[in-house]
Design a protein around this ligand. Structure first.
Ligand SMILES: [Zn+2]
Ligand SMILES: [Zn+2]
Length: 399
């Protein structure tokens, strides 16, 4: 596993989780293109069984990048409304073990091979090469900064999904992605000698958010707010929403990122608020005391409601994440919105409509904005300088 604060001198091997114990998956099928071997691996009475034989673990290894290991099924969009099962073609080594009665599948592979696949999993292989290059540099910086390490207990550097970085193996691989990875081999963003945790989100909505407004507990001062072009690089002036599906990964169903609308009924919002925060609310009245960041995202507010005794109460929501989680059962696209009360009767709104902008936390690189810049001819370096003005592009290894 990578170690936070330690900069590797050579290309490291990384460990990525494909099937996690939390998936509670009972079986997996593996096909190795090099040897034509097939494995049906299942958990039976708490034991790992491969093609009918009880084994402690299964390890499958590619001897070159010409061969692949096919794993089926693997979850994509874990926990989100677009969750689905896919097959994943991977390079490197695949290790299947029994993790305390749960199936656990990890892929160990050289970092650059992993990154080649992340670029085309986060964005489609149709993207211009400058965009694939910046996506790769941001993904490399994020992983090597090792600041989050959400699956350290499993010995993983990342999982295969949006929780970390989307990794769907060689599924959407393109020659452009290979060339973009090679062109940026070993390059990361650094600040004062440390690797930057180069975060990114789908669309800032016009202005990026300041890092400390999204993650107040972390030291992310270098994620400053920037005006994302005038008109916005992520807006329809640079790329129309009709053209976006061609460039974005295949998992996203939502097509409206720069500006969006959303409506929720009183009853649905009250039920959801009660469930998320274990409250006893009767009706939501609105939000107050909004504090907004430079991107327009609400970073804290009070959700005002009537409790079951008709007393006015409020629930403090203290992060953009909590706000998005609370105001929609399917997670609000961003916290940059105006909320309008509809059909108010005796002071109680019948429903709430939202006019919003951007998709995601909005700090660091705006992926659609970077795409807009790349399509209009910007180089990888100028895109990175735009979103990370305080960081420097540094090559930490070339071998
Ligand atoms: Zn993860
Ligand atoms: Zn943007």
């Amino acid at each position: 596993m990578l170690v936070k604060g330690k900069i590797p001198k050579n290309e490291p091997i990384v460990s990525i989780g494909l099937v996690l114990p939390e998936d509670c998956q009972k079986s997996v099928e593996i096909t190795h293109s090099e040897t034509n071997q097939n494995f049906f691996i299942e958990l039976k009475n708490g034991e790992l069984v491969s093609n009918g034989e009880t084994v402690p673990a299964v390890k499958v290894q590619n001897s070159s990048t010409d061969s692949q290991i096919i794993v089926h099924p693997v979850k994509a969009g874990r926990g989100f409304h677009w969750e689905k099962q896919i097959s994943v073609h991977v390079l490197g080594v695949l290790e299947i073990t029994n993790s305390n009665g749960s199936l656990f599948v990890a892929n160990h592979l050289p970092l650059e091979q992993y990154l080649m696949c992340v670029a085309t999993s986060e964005m489609s292989g149709e993207c211009p090469s400058a965009l694939l290059e910046v996506q790769t540099i941001a993904a490399r910086s994020w992983l090597l900064a090792a600041a989050e390490q959400k699956h350290a207990d499993l010995g993983l550097d990342a999982c295969n999904d949006d929780c970390c970085q989307r990794y769907q193996g060689m599924n959407n691989f393109s020659e452009d992605a290979r060339q973009s990875t090679e062109a940026s081999r070993g390059q990361v963003l650094t600040i004062k000698g440390d690797i930057c945790d180069a975060r990114y989100s789908k669309s800032c909505g016009g202005i990026t958010e300041a890092g400390p407004n999204v993650w107040p507990q972390e030291d992310l001062d270098y994620l400053v707010s920037v005006q994302d072009g005038e008109p916005a690089f992520c807006g329809p002036g640079f790329i129309s929403e009709a053209d976006l599906p061609e460039y974005l990964g295949s998992v996203d169903e939502h097509r409206s990122y720069f500006r969006w609308d959303f409506e929720i009924l009183q009853e649905e919002l009250t039920d959801h608020m009660n469930k998320i925060h274990s409250l006893n609310g009767k009706a939501v009245l609105g939000i107050e005391n909004e504090k907004r960041g430079p991107s327009g995202r609400i970073i804290s507010c009070d959700l005002v409601y009537l409790d079951s005794n008709n007393q006015q109460k409020s629930k403090h929501l203290e992060s953009e994440y909590a706000i998005r989680q609370t105001l929609s059962p399917s997670f609000l696209f961003s916290s940059a919105f105006d909320m309008n009360l509809q059909n108010v009767q005796k002071g109680i709104p019948g429903s709430f409509s939202f006019e919003g902008k951007g998709w995601g936390h909005g700090a660091g690189m705006c992926q659609i904005g970077a795409l807009g810049m790349a399509l209009s001819g910007s180089t990888a370096e100028s895109i990175l300088t735009h979103y990370f003005p305080k960081a420097k592009l540094t090559r930490i290894y070339s071998s």
